[in-house]
Design a protein around this ligand. Structure first.
Ligand code: TIU
Length: 220
């Protein structure tokens, strides 16, 4: 089967396709979290919540896996390189107490997924200390155990954690499709550039298409 996409149709098998929703956490999408401490306007990211919910629903209805990721660190900060904690001049650093608990720390309210897109019981949630979902996590083993071969990507931010994970997955042999209206950046120009970088040179990293096209194909 195929999904109408850029730069050409995305081939998939309904038995081996899955959805990966990257870092739709309160820390990135709500005021007072990590994204805002870095100087970003988090309201931009909230615009994709309804489309992302529709995409998640389509995978659940089709009986296909939905995997969620969260960028976060252990409470003892043992998985937080000082290079990540100390860089730049954020208003609060990772691990500092903020309005939604300690910034980007596992188990705190801010590090959890936004209520609108909350995982169902039984769905896999991968906590990751880096931008890519493969580094220092069981993500790769989970994909293999699920027998997945094609991955649809949604979430935030397009050019940071989404693009990094797509590149990691592409190098591991997965066909990767980005849902263009279920991903967002704090920088609209960077989102556009990431989509172009991913799809250029004959899908050098992967494919891109709006949620409607993916839902249509899953329902077919
Ligand atoms: N800052 C930014 O754009 N993104 C991140 O720090 N993490 C993710 O993209 N999830």
């Amino acid at each position: 089967m195929k999904i109408d996409a850029q730069p050409f149709d995305f081939p998939f098998d309904p038995q081996t396709i899955g959805l990966v929703v990257i870092d739709m956490q309160r820390d990135f999408c709500e005021p007072g979290g990590f994204g805002e401490t870095l100087g970003n306007d988090v309201s931009l990211l909230r615009q994709i919540i309804p489309t992302t919910a529709r995409l998640i629903d389509a995978f659940r209805t089709a009986g296909r896996p939905v995997i969620h990721t969260r960028e976060c660190h252990r409470p003892d900060l043992s998985d937080l390189p000082s290079a990540k904690r100390d860089r730049g001049a954020p208003t609060l650093r990772i691990g500092d107490p903020g309005p939604m608990g300690r910034i980007l720390i596992a188990g705190e309210d801010g590090a959890d997924i936004i209520p609108e897109l909350y995982p169902l019981p039984g769905e896999t949630v991968i906590d990751k200390p880096g931008k890519g979902a493969f580094y220092a996590t069981p993500f790769g083993e989970v994909l293999q155990r699920m027998g997945l071969k094609q991955l649809v990507f949604a979430g935030v931010t397009t050019e940071v954690c989404v693009q990094t994970t797509m590149r990691e997955a592409n190098d591991r042999g997965y066909d990767c499709l980005l849902a263009t209206d279920a991903t967002e950046s704090y920088f609209p120009a960077f989102k556009q550039a990431a989509i172009e970088m991913i799809t250029a040179q004959g899908a050098i990293v992967g494919w891109a298409t709006p949620t409607d096209k993916i839902v249509q194909a899953l329902n077919a």
